[in-house]
Design a protein around this ligand. Structure first.
Ligand SMILES: [Zn+2]
Length: 381
């Protein structure tokens, strides 16, 4: 459901709103132009399918980050960064709708038309004011209706008569079916196997650790043995059996976890697992984790189908462990080693894995509600 209210910014706020309208329009036009030029300059390569046919949201997003640091463009930092990102997402979905032949090719925006920008997160209505990033004092709202439900996204607009509005999309509480409207976000890791948004942590199982030691030993034995000897064959067989044994222990353990999670939750949100592409890691523990993650996802997929649950996969570029879920600040300097971090902006201290699982949950619910434009990596099953 969408609700629209008139808002009454003061003179100072009007100036800052104008900057938001202008910056979002600039970002739209700049990246629309960049996408067009990309096509014109690479036409041959695109038609021969040597390179992709179109820049996507992630290309644009990376360039925007660079652009904001360049001389002459730093004014872009005066605006809520999330609104600029939302503009890129709109541009991306406009392109997709054009390719699906449901909409016309996106047009450049003109400052004489209706102006608007989106606030994807971190806004609230309180005491007849709307609060959102960069507008700490709140803008006066004429609230003609009390809203109940979860706020999903807000859009601020100004029409040709210089009147300002906010429209808010509200998600109504889903009616409870059988006490199973629970949702969970899961962060998979190497230290702990899985951390869940409800605070449950599934450890990596210890018997496996000991067995990995023996596995390494068997592998060494095998590599030492003579290529054509009988003993080599024996050792090969022994190693294969041991692999199977480990694999079964691991599967049993994963079944226990996936049973519990799929029994207790209706919506299950998980991050995409293409992690091994990004981290080149030759350690055995990592390899085992990799295999376990894929097995875990496989089990969840079919169990969710059986039980009529919804599995939402979040794409792996989502900054789940780096985004403060209190104020939305992104910690750019977080390394893999940091288990905890404190937000520069609101000074909240986060446990990395728990934060990730909560962010995954929220993002998953947004995707499930159809409120986030899905990028290539995301899917909803
Ligand atoms: Zn914060």
């Amino acid at each position: 459901m969408a609700y629209k209210f008139r808002i009454y910014p003061n003179e100072e706020q009007k100036i800052l709103l104008a900057k938001h309208f202008g910056s979002c329009r600039f970002v739209w036009n700049y990246f629309l132009n960049q996408r067009k030029e990309y096509y014109i300059n690479n036409k041959e390569d695109i038609e021969a399918k040597r390179i992709k046919g179109c820049l996507n949201y992630y290309d644009n997003s990376k360039d925007l980050t660079k652009l904001k640091k360049q001389d002459g463009f730093q004014w872009l930092n005066e605006c809520n960064a999330q609104s600029l990102q939302a503009t890129l997402k709109h541009l991306d979905s406009s392109y997709k709708m054009f390719f699906r032949k449901t909409h016309q090719f996106p047009k450049f925006k003109n400052k004489n038309n209706k102006q608007s920008f989106t606030i994807p997160q971190f806004f609230k209505l309180e005491n007849n004011k709307i609060y959102f990033p960069k507008f700490k004092n709140g803008i006066k709202v004429k609230e003609h209706k009390k809203l109940d439900g979860k706020f999903v996204v807000a859009t601020i607009s100004k029409n040709c008569n210089n009147q300002y509005y906010v429209s808010i999309i509200v998600e109504k509480e889903v009616k409870t079916l059988d006490n199973l409207q629970k949702a969970i976000g899961i962060d998979l890791g190497i230290k702990d196997f899985a951390t869940c948004s409800n605070g449950v942590v599934y450890e990596n199982i210890k018997p496996l650790k000991r067995k990995i030691k023996k596995l390494k030993y068997l592998q060494r034995q095998l590599s030492k043995s003579n290529k054509f000897s009988g003993i080599r064959k024996k050792r090969q067989l022994k190693l294969a059996k041991y692999h199977l044994k480990i694999s079964n222990i691991r599967k049993d353990y994963l079944h226990k976890i996936t049973n519990q999670i799929s029994n207790e939750n209706q919506i299950i949100c998980l991050e995409d697992l293409a992690v091994s592409n990004m981290i080149k890691n030759h350690k055995l523990a990592q390899a085992i984790s990799d295999v376990s993650w894929h097995e875990f996802k496989r089990q969840l997929e079919y169990k969710c189908k059986w039980k009529g649950r919804q599995l939402v996969i979040i794409d792996r570029f989502f900054p789940s462990s780096r985004m403060c879920d209190v104020c939305g600040t992104i910690n750019q300097s977080l390394t893999l080693k940091d288990r905890e971090w404190t937000c520069d902006n609101c000074e909240t201290t986060h446990n990395r894995d728990l934060l990730a699982s909560r962010n995954i949950l929220r993002q998953g619910l947004n995707i499930a509600a159809g409120m986030v434009v899905k990028s290539e990596g995301s899917c909803c099953q």
